[in-house]
Design a binder for this molecule. Sequence first.
Ligand code: PLP
Length: 385
Amino acid sequence: MTAKPNGLQPRTLAAQALGWEESETHAVVTPIHVATTFIRDPDNQYRNGFVYGRPDNQTVRQCEAVLAALEEGPEALVLGSGMSAATAVVMALPAGAHIVAPTVMYWALRNWLMNDAVAYGYTTSFVDTTDLAAVKAAVVPGKTKLVWLETPSNPLWTVSDIAAISEIAHAAGAVCAVDSTVATPVFTRPLALGADIVMHAATKYLNGHSDVVAGALVTREVNEFWAKVRRVRSMHGQILGPFEAFLLMRGMRTLHVRVEAQAKAALALAEKLKGHAMVADVLYPGLASHPQHALAARQMQGGFGGMMSIRVKAGEQAAVSTAARVELWKRATSLGGVESLIEHRASIEGAGSPCPTDLLRLSVGLEAVDDLYADIDRALRAANA
Ligand code: PLP
């Protein structure tokens, strides 16, 4: 199989999945490689590079090549989930490493860092990463090995300065890794801003169709730390399955058109909901009222993503009741699919979450904006009647 030469824009490369063509039939969609084992050369070598399915797979390699093109990094890895991608980065750190992570971040990773990572000798300081002075104060030179960022961050959509925080991390001898799930490679390029590793819950926008659980990592440099991350994936058996890698690759071919439409619809909805009588606040980086709007406008190119949250004026009961009354929005967890989702996050995140109880998280899909607004407007009014 051959790939087209590089030098093209990421959206062109993604649309054609790098132009892979199957050599026997000239098919424009490549077959799924399912083999777990490969025949040795007569002298026992594996000259074509494939040995076994746990460390490597051809369909996975193709999927990773598309990802690397999207994030403009030299290498990518796909793993069994977003959580396995994030935890692989942590598990590649030396024993006893100190981590700095945001107070507002994906709840399950915060939970794992707080309750599970300590058993492996990792300690984490949680800080407001929108405050550069707080990040500087939390980093311990020589001991802090990882500064983890998530921007925009789930579920308050705060925005952190990737370039400035990468510099702080590097000055202390730490790696800066960014969960860019919500920004997607279309709106933010963390590696170009100085981050060392970009992570995606590929379950969300990269796949985009709510039918694959996957995680992705792309590196800025192929170095010793990246080799350790690769080793963790291999030794812990975290590689993505070939069928999932195929579906993810198919999803990435339409990434740009999906997320550009979703971001446009999210901005329109955010502006409409901002003026709604039953809504106390709309949290969306694209609104001028967002506390880090200026940074978001600088760091995010071409859109602010498809995620937002609303705070319901009448409080928790009205928020829960609104989610119960929508018909078009799907009352479900997750985000980044083509169907719009609504969720009362505080009930999911539990104790220790910074999420207010009156908050509803909205993942904007590809339906008509007027239909989405009419549905949530009706639910908000009925819940407050
Ligand atoms: N990061 C973010 C921002 C997420 O929203 C999620 C899942 O919701 C994850 C990471 C974890 O991804 P996964 O569910 O694929 O493990």
